[in-house]
Ligand binder design. Sequence first.
Ligand code: SF4
Ligand code: SF4
Length: 341
Amino acid sequence: MVQFFLESDRVAEFVTHLMKRKPVYAPHRKGRKSYSFERTRDAAGVVLDYPRVMQSVKKFFLPPREQLLSFDLGDNTCRAGEVEPLDAIFLGVHSYDLAAVGRLDHNFSEGRAERNYLTRRQGALWVGVSYEPDEYHFAGSVGIDPYDTEGFDIFLTRLLDGYVLEVLTPAGESLLEGFDLPAHEAGKPAKKHFQQHIYVPQDRLNEVMSASYNNPVWEETALGCVGCGTCNLVCPTCYCFNVEENVDITVTKGSRDRHWDGCMLREFSEVAGGEVFRETLAARQRHRVMRKFKYISEKTGQPWCVGCGRCTAYCTAGISIVNIVNRCISDYEKSTVSAIR
Ligand code: SF4
Ligand code: SF4
């Protein structure tokens, strides 16, 4: 692996170089405290030192709303929505967000492959950047380090005055062609420590979550939860959607549209006849957390949470997924100890 040094003063020049190769999507500042992944038009607007973006890069591959097909009885046609490969460079991606893309790739490829997501995913190149864990990140507890380079073509590790730039794939090497950088000989900085932790690894968590179905934590959490669904909508590994048929007032043409949905919303579990099979907030909260740490994990061996901390950081009611899981762990441990006695 080849390592170079990219001075902070040359970051905009580096971004401009990448923009000549392909469209670049990168974090930009939004307002005073927020950051958002956007198509880069001006290299000076790219921010590489940021805690998290509210919406991960998922939004480019699975847009919040999209047309799946349209029909017109007038000319008796039905057309699938236009979908193109994005064929772009995603710059400044944190390791947990690329891990989340890997989870979505699995979800959309397994069984009958989903055309729109997989088409848009084609041609993506990944330039990662390390980050400083804040009070919400807990990616270390799900095995994703801030310096984890897996899946990236180029990775930037932050130093005081610039970045160690590692070229990790032939595609990354080709992206750097024509951009001269000095070699970096010294090592990388010491590992960052997370402030938030889940106290057991996933292989034990399956057992803990299996024993937590009737834990009082679901009812207790529901007392504060307002059922707004923000935790689903900001999650980079949530992929549930609703499909609507929208018919023109003439009833001769219309479209089939898909939009994001989430299990914390009451209507999500409403079925024909008006029945809601997860009526209580406690049942919905349990389902959300079990989807991250049990239901999919039992099949794949991996947590379906990447520890980004978004659901806690943006929760309207200050509910922490780490606190919920740790409560399940501590109650489970107490119950196993008392069973031995
Ligand atoms: S964001 Fe918080 S308040 Fe809203 S549904 Fe999720 S847990 Fe409940
Ligand atoms: S469950 Fe929460 S912490 Fe885990 S990936 Fe989703 S938003 Fe991030």
